[in-house]
Ligand binder design. Structure first.
Ligand code: SAH
Ligand code: SF4
Length: 342
């Protein structure tokens, strides 16, 4: 069964139009699907008889209105982070994380069940690839997250999976999410994080997608990066940096560079120097994140002294650089760790 939330408004409209339903019914259904997602469709008081009949014929047979089911909920001890283990229709499990800090509510959303990129330090990568998520499964996570954060307005596509490896479904989901008639999250509050899928970065630039782009770089030489991130062999640094420069030029946007600091691996002064050289002249901001330990990787988080020294060296080169907290670490905040143990 396909999900009703796989459809954009225009698709739902055309589907219902084919069956002879006027637009008022599409508006009523869309409104409930996106703005009152936990309501029962069957016998909904705002639905008129033609819509009720249409739903009775289609829902449960060709179309499903189901949201991902919350199978497990883990609250961090500081009370600011909730990690949800969600179960999809076919039994696949994914994670969604809800963060609430200083009145700012952000959801970290998954785009695939598992991931095919195989980054050695990442719990999701260690578990391998299961399948792509459909647009409705991405949209559904936002709606479920809103139960924990009613004022949710920020999204980061940094959960399980590589968003640009599932480009069409992810972009369609975001079209639905930013639709002002529905969920209505502003595109400037959405960040897509990629491991460096070069064709996807170029396509985002060509299509002028209005989202922030984060690049998980983590190493500044091909040798080191390929050891951490196997797809670097397919899209090595020179090609990746060309695509990023192209993206910045086409969109006039800044790229957020993610750098997971691993002790003795990529936290030295020499690495900081290489990184600033690699990014020279580019419109970037670097976010440093100490490694979150995972069972399948022996590396350790950089010490806080090394983190500060690394940041200082980058700042001296005139590149904006912040240190991100490992928030909610006690709920296994690293990507894919909850689904991995379930
Ligand atoms: N696939 C995308 C988005 C999901 S991963 C990507 O790789 O960008 C989101 C971020 O979490 C990436 O920057 C990734 O490198 C980082 N990450 C994964 N495992 C981590 C770990 N164990 N510790 C710290 N960061 C990790
Ligand atoms: Fe996939 Fe991102 Fe994890 Fe790499 S870091 S395995 S790309 S989810």
């Amino acid at each position: 069964m396909r999900l009703l939330r796989d459809c954009s408004y225009a698709e739902l409209r055309s589907l219902m139009d084919t069956d002879g339903l006027a637009e008022v019914h599409t508006r009523a259904l869309w409104n409930v699907l996106m703005r009152a997602p936990d309501a029962e469709l069957d016998g909904h008081p705002r639905f008129l008889p033609p819509l009720r009949r249409w739903l009775q014929t289609h829902v449960g047979t060709t179309w499903s209105s189901e949201l991902p089911e919350v199978e497990q909920e883990v609250e961090s001890s500081d009370g600011h982070t909730t990690k949800l283990l969600l179960r999809l229709q076919d039994g696949s499990r994914i994670e969604t994380v809800v963060m609430r800090y200083n009145g700012r509510q952000t959801a970290c959303i998954s785009t695939q069940a598992g991931c095919a990129m195989g980054c050695v330090f990442c719990a999701t990568g260690q578990g391998g690839f299961s399948r792509h998520l459909s647009p409705g499964e991405v949209v559904g996570q936002v709606l479920v997250a809103r139960r924990w954060a009613t004022g949710l307005r920020n999204l980061v596509l940094m959960g399980m999976g590589e968003p640009l490896h599932n480009y069409d479904a992810v972009m369609k989901a975001l079209d639905i999410i930013i639709d002002t008639r529905g969920i209505n999250i502003g595109p400037s509050r959405i960040t897509i994080s990629t491991v460096g899928v070069v064709p996807g970065i170029r396509r985002m630039a060509d299509e002028r997608r209005p989202y922030h782009l984060a690049l998980s770089l983590h190493a500044a030489t091909d040798e080191k990066r390929s050891a951490l991130i196997p797809v670097n062999r397919k899209w090595p640094l020179r090609e990746l940096m060309d695509a990023c420069r192209y993206y910045c030029a086409q969109t006039q946007r800044r790229i957020f560079v993610e750098w997971t600091l691993i002790e003795g691996e990529n936290d030295s002064a020499q690495e900081a120097g290489r990184l600033s050289e690699l990014l020279s002249g580019m419109n970037v901001q670097i976010n440093l994140i100490p490694l979150n330990p995972t069972t399948g990787y022996s590396g350790r988080a950089a010490e806080s002294r090394a983190v500060r020294a690394f940041q200082e060296l980058i700042l001296q080169k005139g590149i904006p650089c912040t240190v991100r907290q490992r928030r909610g670490i006690d709920v296994a905040a690293g990507c894919g760790q909850l689904a991995g143990v379930a």
